[in-house]
Write a protein that binds this ligand. Sequence first.
Ligand SMILES: C[S@@+](CC[C@H](N)C(=O)[O-])C[C@H]1O[C@@H](n2cnc3c(N)ncnc32)[C@H](O)[C@@H]1O
Length: 254
Amino acid sequence: MTQLTEIHGVVQDHYGAIAESRSSCCGANGCCDDASNATLLYNAELLDGLPADVTGLSLGCGDPVTIAGLQPGERVLDLGSGGGIDCFLAARQVGAAGSVIGVDMTPAMLAQAHANQQRMGVTNVEFRQGQIEALPVADNSIDVVMSNCVINLAPDKLAVFREAFRALRPGGRVAVSDIVTEGEFSDELRADLSQWAGCVTGAIDAADYMAQMHAAGFTDIAVTDKRSAAEIVPIQPGMPRVYSARVTALKPTA
Ligand SMILES: C[S@@+](CC[C@H](N)C(=O)[O-])C[C@H]1O[C@@H](n2cnc3c(N)ncnc32)[C@H](O)[C@@H]1O
């Protein structure tokens, strides 16, 4: 089994290089990083007014902000916030009375997010450096945990779900877009860390994903709207079905 720290290192190098170069990684390396990815994922009205520096660093596989159905005043946490696109969209919806925390482990990605924040003059977003398996966030302090194409990259998904559960207030909810599979990757494909970093071979079967969320304490877990991820990540013959899915769940009130 590949060491967890080795996976973190490869993933961090991959996204650090994207943040530094801002060049397209569509194709062989996985998630797209040009504005066409944002156009593919989000409603045009939602993106209205966002600078090209933000839409051009959209690396997700869905639209967790719309899944979340955010209300003014809510406190939102974005796991793996990248260049910040979902944080900035959420910030508009929760308004001045609400707040958004974006957590990412890659310094160059955080630098892009901070630069974008300054350029936009957004004051209700805070970006923090950290791993989503050990969130730098207080217990029971968050109304909505969202994430866009990141949990598939985490080598210990149960730790991520446990941390999301800890950070959410009782009654809080999860709104995630992520890559899941129907079936398993071979050990050989799992060991291909370049494809792992490209949001492909770190993905797990949807049933296993739901079981791990359940083990962390979540209820009302749903993995729905599974769409082939072929437009978003490179899929090869011999792989299981790979989907971009919407994932929702609740932290029970008692
Ligand atoms: C595919 S990009 C998605 C970025 C953003 N959510 C978006 O939609 O544009 C994955 C991001 O997650 C971060 N990331 C991956 N694994 C992480 C982990 N274990 N802890 C914290 N951040 C992580 C990477 O640094 C990168 O910025």
